[in-house]
Design a protein around this ligand. Structure first.
Ligand SMILES: [Zn+2]
Length: 93
């Protein structure tokens, strides 16, 4: 049902926080504001390709997820477009 779907989407950021269990922070890069969410070794359970170096981030490797929080489509679009980065690549990116 449409109404239920909408409620689920609105609840997502909270669930996301709880799942990851880390501390979010906000960082500015090249004039853009990003939300950065650390992922612990324990919570890294899939392989992601880092957009900084294009090398896969293996499961069990602590890294960060980052997304724009001032995109023209709003934060929910930014969350959908989030990217997983090596800690190092995010710092130098
Ligand atoms: Zn990388």
């Amino acid at each position: 049902m449409p109404r239920n779907n909408r409620r689920r989407e609105e609840g997502e950021p909270l669930d996301f926080d709880r799942l990851r269990g880390g501390y979010r922070r906000t960082e500015s890069k090249r004039g853009e504001s990003y939300t950065v969410q650390p992922i612990s070794e324990r919570n890294a359970q899939k392989t992601y390709t880092c957009p900084g170096c294009h090398v896969p981030i293996a499961p069990g490797v602590a890294h960060v997820v980052a997304w724009r929080n001032d995109g023209i489509m709003g934060e929910s679009q930014g969350v959908q477009d989030r990217r997983h980065w090596h800690n190092h690549c995010w710092k130098i990116g």
